[in-house]
Ligand binder design. Structure first.
Ligand SMILES: O=C(O)[C@@H](O)C(=O)CO
Ligand SMILES: [Mg+2]
Length: 265
């Protein structure tokens, strides 16, 4: 059965970040994910995780200067040393929080630089991150992001992340298949999931086009979740959506699936 993780960056926005762990557990979640934990002490985070009997499914490596528009460093030539430091910091958090997936963001396409040079940098950096992550049993995941929410992001299509996984060719680099981005850019979700299945390390869900609970909009999520169950997806599905009202009130769609823990911890 698919296991759902609350996304504590988007869910429970009415609460302070640390309180969101308690709220997710009260609502029956067994897993949580979030973007950037680095403003918080890792031991404080661990206390919330342990105290609520939660698993951390995933978080992101530091993305560079987010407030100034940076969206990752992995595909940015000249930023390699900084990139390596961000991986070092992320792994220090992983050691304490025990997540099995780390999302490493590529960054934006720089049209002053040949695409091939950015791609070479991306490949080298992801290879570096994977080699550092290996001894922790940690998988690096790569996400294609839609051009409407994040104009200029370096990777927009699921097959691009698959190509990077194949070129690097190690078993701890996989696809973060965000169904919301995939529907906006490409559609044909079941065929795409089926084709890429072996390379998928994490999934995220939200309604399209509004990025709310996955119970409305143009994607038939009940069908997709049952399909993922049937084909044996045993990883986490992150609830990466902005709730329509409160997160707790909007969880009716989740009742058949609550309480499940992913096998790929
Ligand atoms: O889909 C997203 O926006 C996130 O999964 C992410 O990591 C980048 O913002
Ligand atoms: Mg996502």
């Amino acid at each position: 059965m698919p296991a759902f993780a609350a996304n504590l960056t988007m869910n429970y926005p009415e609460l302070e970040f640390l309180e969101r762990f308690d709220a997710a557990a009260r609502d029956g979640f067994k897993g949580v994910e979030f973007l950037f934990p680095y403003a918080f002490d890792r031991q404080d985070l661990k206390t919330r995780v342990r105290g609520n009997d939660l698993h951390v499914a995933l978080f992101n490596a530091p993305p560079g200067n987010w407030d100034q528009g940076e969206r990752g460093l992995a595909a940015l030539p000249g930023r390699e040393e900084e990139f390596e430091r961000t991986i070092g910091l992320a792994l220090e958090y992983s050691q304490v929080l025990g997540n099995s997936r780390l999302h490493v963001m590529a960054g934006l396409r720089d049209h002053d630089i040949p695409y091939e040079r950015q791609m070479e940098t991306y490949l080298r950096n992801i290879e570096y991150a994977a080699s550092q992550a290996k001894s922790l049993g940690l998988t690096i995941v790569l996400e294609a992001i839609n051009t409407r929410n994040m104009p200029g992001y370096f990777v927009n299509y699921q097959e691009e992340t698959k190509a990077v996984c194949d070129l690097i060719g190690v078993d701890n680099v996989k696809i973060q298949f965000d169904l919301y981005h995939a529907q906006i850019m490409q559609g044909d979700l079941v065929v795409r999931l089926e084709t890429l299945f072996e390379s998928i390390g994490h999934i995220q869900a939200a309604s399209v086009p509004d990025r709310h609970e996955p119970d409305a909009g143009e994607v038939n999520y009940p069908y997709l979740f049952k399909w993922l169950d049937r084909v044996g997806y045993r990883g986490w599905i992150g609830c990466e959506y902005n709730p329509r009202s409160t997160t707790s009130e909007g969880l009716g769609w989740l009742s058949p699936w609550l309480g499940v823990i992913a096998k790929t911890l």
